[in-house]
Design a binder for this molecule. Structure first.
Ligand SMILES: [Zn+2]
Ligand SMILES: [Zn+2]
Length: 335
């Protein structure tokens, strides 16, 4: 079903954030009401206290700094153990962890409820999202919902107004919340926090990377011996992780700094074609901020969104339903 952007009836991000979530139980509606209320609150243009200053005051998060540092150091070995097979593994796993795990899963499914899937599919996609190296689904979703509620204003975890590098990656090195961690995730991701399977998937974050590293070593050894094993590990794990991290971080930095705007949203979001190409369609970020619950980020014919192609395929095969491919709830009935 094609989207026909109707620019004469624009809604702000705060208005679209309150669209009803399809097929929610009353309990789920009550749980999601709090963060949706925050998303719907009018954004203050005043910046009383810098969110960056608050987080820096909370001290560095050494575990995350070590984790991200380790991945980057590992990726430095890439030129010394290049093989075409290793590069192909890196490309395929980048698509799996980046497009399916983060863009389709963490972002459009779990954060925004842009479509519905069966619970096992939801858990599988959340697990794949963890393979991106970006932390567990609960953390990711909580931070991203907070970003939408405060985009480029006080409270935004990663606003480029606090510095381009801050928005890109430095914010991750500090506490991303002013309240306690439990309060933070219960406030912003209550639907995921109460799911014991989702919490267990979160605990599997580090083991899943160790296991995938062992699997890559074994596959490389089996296919071509020790040299291929190291190539598979470096390219399939370290290079791939660093690539996926930076292309998705670019959405927070470049797509709030450079590009064109289809919609006059209250934030600085931009449609950045380079980020869109690199990050599987997520670079059409101004479209997304204008209509956060839409499953597609393509609002003009040239704005290619490969992640949405997969959502359509899932819909056609019965794996996904209630795809939000309309701007307003009323548009759905008129299609
Ligand atoms: Zn944004
Ligand atoms: Zn979003």
């Amino acid at each position: 079903m094609a989207i026909a952007p109707d620019e004469s009836q624009l809604l702000t991000a705060s208005q679209t954030a309150t669209l009803p979530v399809p097929h929610q139980s009353p309990a789920e509606e009550a749980d999601s009401a709090l963060w949706q209320e925050d998303c719907a609150a009018p954004i203050s243009r005043e910046k009383k206290v810098s969110a960056k200053e608050l987080r820096i005051a909370g001290g560095p998060k050494y575990v995350i700094i070590f984790w991200l540092g380790l991945l980057h150091v590992g990726a430095l070995a890439a030129p010394f153990c290049f093989t075409w097979q290793g590069a192909i593994v890196a490309v395929v796993l980048s698509w799996l962890a980046g497009s399916i795990g983060v863009c389709l899963g963490y972002h459009r499914l779990l954060t925004h409820g842009a479509f519905q899937v069966h619970r096992p599919t939801r858990w599988l996609i959340a697990f794949i999202g963890g393979l991106s190296g970006e932390g567990c689904a609960i953390d990711w979703v909580a931070n991203h919902r907070k970003h939408h509620a405060h985009s480029d204003h006080e409270g935004d975890p990663h606003a480029p107004r606090d510095g381009g590098w801050w928005a890109h990656m430095l914010w991750l090195g500090f506490a991303t919340h002013e309240e306690t961690y439990n309060k933070h995730i219960k406030r912003w991701a209550p639907d995921l926090t109460k799911d014991p399977v989702m919490r267990w998937i979160g605990y599997m974050f580090l083991p899943s990377h160790i296991l995938s590293g062992v699997a890559l070593l074994a596959a490389g050894q089996w296919l071509g011996g020790p040299g291929m094993a190291v190539s598979f590990l470096v390219w399939g794990l370290f290079v791939r992780l660093v690539y996926v991290l930076h292309i998705t971080w670019l959405v927070n930095s470049w797509s709030h700094m450079w590009g064109y705007r289809n919609y006059e949203t209250m934030d600085d979001s931009r449609n950045n074609w380079l980020v869109a190409i690199l990050a599987f369609g997520e670079g059409w970020h101004n479209n997304h901020h204008a209509y956060p619950r839409m499953a597609t980020h393509r609002h003009k014919w040239w704005e290619f969104d490969p992640t949405f192609v997969v959502i359509r395929l899932m819909q056609w095969t019965g794996l996904a339903w209630d795809v939000v491919d309309y701007k307003r709830a009323g548009d759905r009935d008129s299609d």
